[in-house]
Design a protein around this ligand. Structure first.
Ligand SMILES: [Zn+2]
Length: 302
């Protein structure tokens, strides 16, 4: 399907070509008497030459664009790598923080236990002070029992405190080791990130230089032709001009009618694929602008 915009631009372009041909024609019919006159047949040949020249300009322009697109893609491909490395560094930091938090929780627990032990000791002192003032044998015995129970509870708390202290000491040692490893790993990852970012910057700088070259070259392409190229390129995934391969469109692979294939071979006018609207050209076996294995892209839905 040929879209309206493309047809319009083709029309404009055709007018320009005819204008150029008309100018050639204005030199007058070829006669042996008049110097500088040109024969009618060469005018027709000129139209093919002009078209081939225009197609060649577009192929070169597309080569520039494909190169720049490739560089941008290459730079984009680095982004997930950089992101993954940043995430890795973050997860290392988080793991370290989890260990740190665990130690702090244990230390908090220890403080609570120490406060509890303090309470028990005070209770014990109080009980022992009360013991001497007790008159009856029963209350005295009951108090002794309370004192023994409190002593046992205190011993239990002190044992627990010791266990927590040992655990914290062990964890702190492990944490220090882990922290050392994480710092080294982080430094390594950071160096890799810097390296990737440098690569990306280099690629983008090259893309910028190439774009300047491309824009300089683009000035040699007639504006209507360039507009048409840009419009197709935008709609067709960056590929606006494609070779005819085995009488099929090199872009969407749609077979061309024998008539169309013939016209592409003659290359007298701008010919578009009826399916994907890309500009078609006949690859020249000796031309560097026509790769032997042209890129085949899937046709986007129309
Ligand atoms: Zn096509």
């Amino acid at each position: 399907m040929v879209d309206d915009r493309s047809s319009m631009v083709v029309g404009k372009f055709a007018l320009q070509i005819f204008g150029q041909l008309a100018q050639l024609g204005e030199r007058g019919p070829h006669t042996t008497e008049v110097t500088g006159s040109i024969p009618v047949l060469p005018i027709l040949l000129d139209s093919a030459l002009l078209m081939q020249n225009e197609l060649s300009l577009l192929i070169q322009l597309q080569d520039h664009d494909a190169h720049i697109d490739g560089l941008h893609e290459k730079a984009e491909e680095l982004m997930p790598l950089i992101k993954a490395k940043n995430q890795k560094a973050e997860s290392l930091k988080s793991a370290l923080k989890v260990s740190k938090d665990k130690i702090q929780t244990q230390q908090l627990k220890r403080k609570e236990m120490e406060a509890e032990a303090d309470g028990k000791e005070k209770q014990l002192q109080k009980f022992q002070a009360e013991l001497n003032s007790l008159k009856s044998n029963d209350t005295y015995k009951a108090m002794l029992g309370e004192i023994e129970k409190t002593k046992q509870a205190l011993r239990k708390i002190e044992d627990d405190i010791l266990s927590v202290m040992e655990a914290v000491e062990k964890e702190e040692k492990e944490y220090k080791e882990k922290e050392k490893q994480v710092k080294a790993e982080e430094a390594r990852i950071q160096a890799e990130i810097t390296d990737l970012e440098t690569q990306k910057e280099k690629i983008l700088a090259e893309a910028k230089t190439r774009l300047e070259e491309r824009n300089t070259f683009a000035q040699t392409v007639p504006a209507p032709l360039k507009d048409q190229y840009e419009a197709i390129r935008e709609k067709r995934g960056g590929l606006a001009i494609v070779p005819m391969v085995n009488n099929a469109c090199g872009g969407c692979r749609m077979n061309l009618t024998p008539n169309k294939a013939n016209e592409v071979k003659k290359a007298k006018t701008m010919l578009l694929c009826e399916n994907c609207s890309r500009i078609l050209y006949l690859p020249q076996p000796d031309s560097s602008a026509a790769p032997s294995s042209p890129p085949i892209v899937s046709a986007p839905s129309n």
